[in-house]
Design a protein around this ligand. Structure first.
Ligand code: NAD
Length: 433
């Protein structure tokens, strides 16, 4: 067993899911992956802040039983510390991948449903897939959920507080499916030849030395993501869901996503389109309705800057979602502290994660900002329905930033700020709960 002994878990029980939703016991067992690089700094701080907030919010009635599970460099050090780097590199990629991401870790997350992780290095040495991508794939975590709002960090726009968007980014399809062939290879040439000879394609500009990629967008993949976005909007009293797409150019992929989105909207009595809003409600959104609208991707980028208050929940495909959520996070000055979650709403399985990488040059220096993983924990608590603890932490972070007692990344952007270490910033948040 690669997790801590069941002895330490005697008081905990798993989170489960039924037709009605998640069933969260008062002592849920939650697996966590410490993460590589700065994971060693930020993850213990997050655990402490969460424990303090849960204790404060529920006066000891509720408590998370953390279950340490192993992945990345930590898994290698723990279970294969006797092997040299060269011995590890010599292991065939498929087998080596399992050393970095042990089956027991995947099984623990599958069993306990809700987990949180620090960043993981993609191991060098060829043939190994990103551990993050692998986790999302094997657990079919199809919705990447990224809430973006201003928490007081220095921002490049005049009114960062006007942006409050939750992105639902499809996590399994699009050009990220990895179906592509390098220019000049027999495979790329074969695909081009097939497209020209058999599929009647006449629009290749240059067929020699031309890389080719495939963009799969399916009805099932799109609809389950859009349904998750609408369900979220209903549950969280949001006013609109925007389908962001480039369907004017990519008609049968991004355009189909938009069309399937409107089909999903028809399943919900609460959902009205912009047209219906104008015709039947004179443009005033009734309190019990949610407006489903769509925007072309480039227009959406402009409007996010110019009229951010018009956007609320956004459902989009993998590539758009990647750019848009990062651009939104930068707009509110929160790129380094943005939270993230990867969720399968059907199985209930959800992995919350810091959205930055392992920043190896800062690792072990107790220096970096633990905000991203702490805000991811806030989202995890909300997902569990422990909103009181989530709100306490969010308020604690906002107050810590307001008092300008922050880590180096924020300190250097704020006049008169006090520089705190990673752990001291965690204590500052706890003191402000
Ligand atoms: P990175 O996010 O690790 O670091 C880029 C820079 O951002 C750092 O040098 C640092 O200056 C800053 N930074 C990052 N996190 C910070 C924090 N918490 N506080 C303050 N400053 C912070 O990106 P990278 O250098 O491109 O990637 C390094 C490794 O991380 C790679 O192996 C990559 O594969 C991996 N990675 C993992 C994830 C993940 O686990 N989800 C995501 C991105 C990258």
């Amino acid at each position: 067993m690669n997790s801590e002994s069941s002895e330490s878990l005697r008081d905990g029980s798993p989170i489960t899911i039924t037709e009605e939703g998640l069933n969260v016991p008062d002592r849920p067992i939650i697996p966590f992956i410490r993460g590589d690089g700065i994971g060693v700094d930020i993850t213990p701080v997050m655990l402490k802040v969460v424990d303090a907030a849960v204790d404060r919010a529920y006066a000891g009635k509720r408590k998370i039983e953390w279950l340490k599970v192993w992945a990345g460099d930590e898994a290698i050090a723990k279970f294969h510390g006797d092997k040299t780097k060269d011995e590890i590199k010599a292991i065939p990629p498929g087998e080596r991948q399992k050393l970095y991401l042990p089956e027991e870790t995947i099984q623990a997350i599958r069993k306990y449903l809700v987990a949180i992780k620090g960043p993981l290095t993609t191991p060098v040495g060829g043939g190994i897939r990103s551990l993050n991508v692998t986790l999302r794939k094997v657990l079919d975590l199809y919705a990447c959920v990224r809430p973006v709002h201003h928490i007081g960090t220095p921002a490049p726009v005049k009114r960062p507080q006007d942006l409050n968007i939750v992105f639902f980014r499809e996590n399994t399809e699009d050009v990220y499916a990895g179906i592509e062939w390098r220019a000049g290879t027999p495979e790329a040439d074969k695909v081009i030849n097939w497209l020209e000879q058999e599929m009647g394609v006449t629009t290749f500009r240059f067929t020699k030395m031309c890389g080719v990629g495939v963009k799969p967008i399916s009805e099932e993949g799109s609809k389950r993501l859009i349904r998750a976005a609408i369900d979220y909007a209903i549950k969280n009293s949001r006013k609109s869901v925007t389908l962001a797409h480039k369907g004017n150019i990519m008609k049968f992929t991004e355009g189909a996503f938009r069309d399937w989105g409107y089909e999903v909207g028809k399943e919900y009595p609460q959902v009205i389109t912009e047209e219906e809003l104008n015709e039947a409600y004179s443009s005033n959104v009734p309190t019990d309705k949610i407006v489903l609208k769509d925007r072309i991707a480039d227009q959406f980028f402009q409007q996010m800057l110019l009229r951010p208050r018009e956007y609320d929940v956004v459902a989009t495909m993998n590539l758009n979602g990647d750019y848009m959520s990062d651009a939104a996070a930068a707009q509110v000055g929160g790129l380094g502290v943005a939270p993230g979650a990867n969720i399968n709403y059907k199985t209930g399985c959800a992995v919350f994660e810091a959205t930055h990488g392992t920043a190896p040059k800062h690792a072990g220096k107790n220096k970096v900002n633990p905000g991203s993983i702490i805000l991811s924990a806030v989202e995890m608590l909300k997902y569990m329905g422990w909103n009181e603890a989530a709100e306490l932490i969010l308020a604690g972070i906002k107050r810590a930033i307001e008092s300008k007692r922050v880590t180096y990344d924020l300190e250097r952007q704020m006049d008169g700020a006090t520089l705190l270490s990673c752990s001291a910033f965690g204590e500052e948040i706890t003191n402000n709960l």
